[in-house]
Each structure stands twice: as structure tokens, then as C-alpha cells.
Design a protein around this ligand. Structure first.
Ligand code: UDP
Ligand code: MG
Length: 330
């Protein structure tokens, strides 16, 4: 902690920092997470709270986190009724955070808590969003790195908002940014896109992503593919346009081809033949049509789920230690 930061706040008016952590089957890392977070946060000239969100864990993380929250004053456990997915868990945690600034990080310590002081400095310097950009990703396979790289580039090509490459959910948001995020009502929450959508002054800091401290990743390729597709369809209608352009191109080809056959028959007097080409064109057209209808269905389906207006998550309970009126902290 540098001296200039310590001078910045009068003790009575120290801002409150919330750290939101989505947790799904992370029993093995919870103690270490708490230890490392506390070591960093207790050294800062701020008040702080740690909001742990249990996303329907089945390995007892929910029990451990409730124990912790019942014992330790600055930890709150928000336990969801089942597994809703990381995006919903994050949304729940951010909604339950009371801080003047909110830091979001992964439970597995891939986002080092030791960077929080730097993030706070950037926030104090005027940033509403401090996004953390991965310089390296240790402990991840080359295929995952390559697919992530390609995905971010594709997403930026097709979406209207500029979604910073290689930044994950690890970030700090000011109260203003958190409230702005709270105004986005959509059910399909692609958080990286939503974070980018709100805009506001953003500082990007570079960091080295650590390997998982313990446990296993919750993502498989199918899950990542689904998230990628979700990201693209939530933030762009480019796939629909591509389908339209494809339709126009095939129609144009059809007209040209038809013209050529007529000309050939009239001028050269050739007998019309071509069963193979007929089949090839029919299957091509059928395929293009089905893909386009499927794509359209994806967007219609999205609208359908938005229209239902179901809540994004359900909270089973919130565990926190009862505060006495004299207690400091949160
Ligand atoms: N997570 C969650 N709900 C889920 C899946 C994951 O809350 O359905 C949490 C998980 O506990 C971790 C974070 O999201 O804190 C990132 O998950 P993971 O480390 O498995 O993803 P990766 O870092 O491999 O992309
Ligand atoms: Mg991880």
C-alpha cells in the first residue's frame, strides 16, 4: 500500500468496497480464497465486504460458505436456489453488493486478489470501470487460448459495441457503473458484452492470469461454444444479415444459371439435361433455407424468453453475521 492512498480517505468517510465472487463447486479453494482476499483487503484504507454467491453447488461449498459468513463479519453468503450459471450468479452478487465500488473475481484465484489495490487506485483516479486484460493465461491449453483469441476478434467484428479483447469478468465497477448495469433488464446475460455496453470512463490494466488454485474448470467446449454463440446473438444481428446475403447470392446464381440454360437450349439446341446438378442445387438451397430458419428461430427464441420476464435467479437465503450497532466494518 503506498502512502498517497492512505492519505486519500478520512477514516470516517472511508468508501465501501464489495468483492463479488461466484462460487460453483469450489469447496477446495474457499479457505484459500478467503485468506488471500482478507490479507489484501484488510491492508486497504477502506471498509470492505465479500459477497460470495453460491450458484447451486453440490460439493458442500454452500455449507462452508454459510459457516464462514455466520462467523466472519465482512462476509455475506448469497445462496441461489439451484445452478443458474455464472452470468446469473454474477448478476445476483452485483445486485446484493452495497459498495461504492464493486470488484468481481473468480473463486478459483485465477484472478489474483493482490491486484485489487491497483484497481482501486485506477478507480480513485477517475475510472468508472477498471477492466483487467489478460496478458498471459497460464495453465490453459493452446486450443482454448486460440479459440478465445479468435472468438473475441469475431465478436468485435460483428457487434456494435466494442467489447475489449481478452478481458474477462474480472473488473472493478464504480457505483455508477453498477447502477447502470442494473438498468439492463435482459434475461440473456452475456456479461462481457453488457459491461462494454454501458461505456463510461474505462481503464484497462494488464495482468497475468494464474492457473486454477484447486478444483476443476466448469467449462467444457460445448459450454464455451454456447457462450460464444450467446455473445454473438445477444449483441449483433449480423448472422441474420449473413443469411439474407446468402439468400440473395443463391437467388442471383439461380437466375443466372436459369438464363444460361435457356440460352443454351435456344441457341445451341441442346436437350435439357442435368439430373445431378438439379439435386445438388436443391440440397444446397434446402440447406441454406434450413440454416436461415434456424438462425431466425434463435432470435425468436431469445425474444420468447425475454417476453416471459422470469427472474434471472432465485435466492434460497442470505447468510450473514448479525451486526451489533457498535460494530465497524460492514
Ligand atoms: N461458476 C459459477 N457457476 C457456474 C460455473 C462457474 O458460478 O455454473 C463460477 C466458478 O465457481 C468460478 C467462475 O465461475 O468462480 C469461473 O469458472 P471456471 O474457473 O470454471 O471457468 P474458467 O476459469 O475455466 O473459464
Ligand atoms: Mg477458472
Amino acid at each position: 500500500m503506498n502512502a498517497s492512498m492512505q492519505l486519500r480517505f478520512k477514516p470516517a468517510a472511508q468508501p465501501l468496497l464489495s468483492v463479488v465472487v461466484p462460487v460453483y463447486n469450489e469447496r477446495a479453494v474457499l479457505p484459500l480464497l478467503h485468506a488471500r482476499l482478507t490479507a489484501v483487503l484488510s491492508g486497504l484504507p477502506l471498509r470492505y465486504e465479500i459477497v460470495l454467491v453460491d450458484d447451486g453447488s453440490r460439493d458442500g461449498s454452500d455449507i462452508d460458505m454459510a459457516d464462514l459468513a455466520a462467523r466472519v463479519l465482512h462476509v455475506r453468503a448469497v445462496r441461489l436456489s439451484r445452478n443458474f450459471g455464472k452470468e446469473a450468479a454474477l448478476t445476483a452478487g452485483i445486485a446484493h453488493a452495497k459498495g461504492d465500488a464493486v470488484v468481481v473475481l473468480d473463486a478459483d484465484l485465477q484472478d489474483p486478489p493482490e491486484l485489487i489495490p491497483q484497481m482501486i487506485e485506477a478507480w480513485q483516479a477517475g475510472a468508472d470501470v477498471v477492466a483487467m486484460r489478460r496478458r498471459t493465461r497460464a495453465g490453459e491449453t493452446a486450443t482454448k487460448k486460440l479459440s478465445a483469441h479468435l472468438f473475441y476478434r469475431l465478436l468485435n467484428r460483428v457487434s456494435a459495441v466494442d467489447i475489449p479483447e481478452d478481458t474477462g469478468d474480472f473488473r472493478l465497477m464504480s457505483r455508477k457503473a453498477v447502477d447502470a448495469l442494473g438498468q439492463l433488464p435482459e434475461r440473456n446475460r452475456y456479461m462481457k458484452g453488457l459491461f462494454a455496453w454501458i461505456g463510461l470512463p474505462t481503464t484497462v490494466l494488464l495482468y497475468d492470469r494464474a492457473p486454477r488454485a484447486a478444483g476443476h474448470t466448469k467449462w467444457d467446449y460445448l459450454g464455451l461454444l454456447r457462450l460464444a454463440f450467446e455473445g454473438i446473438t445477444s449483441f449483433s444481428v449480423a448472422p441474420l444479415r449473413i443469411a439474407m446475403v446468402l439468400g440473395l447470392l443463391t437467388a442471383l446464381t439461380g437466375v443466372l444459371f436459369g438464363g444460361w440454360i435457356i440460352a443454351k437450349t435456344l441457341v445451341l439446341g441442346e436437350v435439357v439435361q442435368g439430373y445431378p446438378s438439379l439435386i445438388a442445387i436443391m440440397t444446397l438451397l434446402g440447406g441454406v433455407q434450413l440454416v436461415s430458419v434456424g438462425l431466425l428461430g434463435e432470435y425468436v427464441g431469445k425474444t420468447y424468453f425475454e417476453a416471459k420476464q422470469r427472474p434471472l435467479y432465485l435466492v434460497r437465503d442470505i447468510v450473514e453475521r448479525r451486526q451489533t450497532s457498535r460494530s465497524v466494518g460492514v
